[in-house]
Design a binder for this molecule. Structure first.
Ligand code: CMP
Length: 137
């Protein structure tokens, strides 16, 4: 078993897509280990996306991610990191494969509906950023 970290981003929550996305997550065989609504502050978003500091999209990204509530999740499945990235599809919804969440629900590279960890080290950092060990038992 592996765990990964996921976000249903503010664009998807605002468009009332949370239920559909959770259905796709469970329907794809993930166990939801922890989940909550979280309205990030700008500082929360900057800390979470610290690896992107200095990129041209950093300011807009952190502004968007703190613009409304999102849903943060710990997902568990065999090969969860790859499996969740496959279900989300490419970062840019325009390039995402048919049937993926970003293709279906994303509207731009920034407002792309979901986030997922890209490697085991990132998953460990991101899970720890939002959840206490106690939440993940
Ligand atoms: P996410 O998986 O949350 O990780 C970083 C986010 O930055 C990414 O999804 C995109 O929503 C956002 N982003 C905005 N512009 C770009 C860009 N040009 N390249 C990569 N990511 C971008």
């Amino acid at each position: 078993m592996e765990r990964t970290f996921a976000i249903i981003k503010p664009d998807a929550v605002e468009r009332r897509l949370t239920g559909q996305i959770l259905g796709r997550i469970e329907g794809s065989g993930f166990t939801i280990r922890a989940m909550r609504f979280e309205h990030l502050t700008r500082a929360d978003a900057e800390g979470f996306y610290a690896v992107h500091r200095g990129r041209p999209f950093f300011r807009a990204l952190t502004e968007f991610m703190s613009s409304g509530p999102c849903v943060v999740l710990a997902l568990e499945a065999p090969d969860a990191i790859r499996k969740w990235r496959d279900l989300m599809g490419a970062t840019d919804p325009a390039k995402a494969a048919p049937g993926t969440l970003r293709k279906e629900f994303g509207s731009s590279i920034e407002r792309n509906a979901t986030h997922g960890s890209d490697a085991p080290e990132t998953a460990a950092f991101e899970l720890g950023y939002f959840f206490r060990g106690m939440d993940l038992i």
